[in-house]
Design a protein around this ligand. Structure first.
Ligand SMILES: [Zn+2]
Ligand SMILES: [Zn+2]
Length: 118
């Protein structure tokens, strides 16, 4: 048995922040957050209006994300479209509980259910 770390996972890289990088820049909001396991970019999931996590994969080629939701530690490989196993990444492991889902709480519109994907 080896402890080889999959390509695309850099365990020592801290997350970029508590919220989606691009949504924070343009005042957007999200449903769930995904953390790039390679560079730490936090992006919003495909249910979110702007889908910045997938956009980050398409732009950077970084293939693996980990859920940034409290209580979730699964990894997803966009390139192979499979779940993968990985090591514990540098903390924090998820966004603050009081940020809300969807979040951030102070920017989510009342009609958010009509604005999400899928
Ligand atoms: Zn976003
Ligand atoms: Zn990345």
């Amino acid at each position: 048995m080896t402890d080889q770390i999959p390509v695309g996972i850099e365990p020592g890289v801290a997350p970029s922040g508590a919220g989606c990088v691009e949504c924070e820049a343009d005042g957007g909001w999200w449903v769930h957050l995904r953390r790039c396991a390679q560079c730490g970019h936090i992006g919003c999931c495909d249910t979110s209006p702007a889908q910045h996590a997938t956009a980050h994969f398409n732009e950077s080629g970084h293939p693996i994300v980990q859920s940034f939701e409290p209580g979730e530690d699964w990894f997803w490989d966009y390139a192979r479209e499979v779940g993968v196993l990985g090591p514990e990444l540098a903390g924090p492991q998820n966004h603050p509980e009081d940020q809300g889902v969807p979040g951030p709480a102070d920017r989510v519109p009342e009609d958010w259910r009509d604005r999400i994907n899928g």
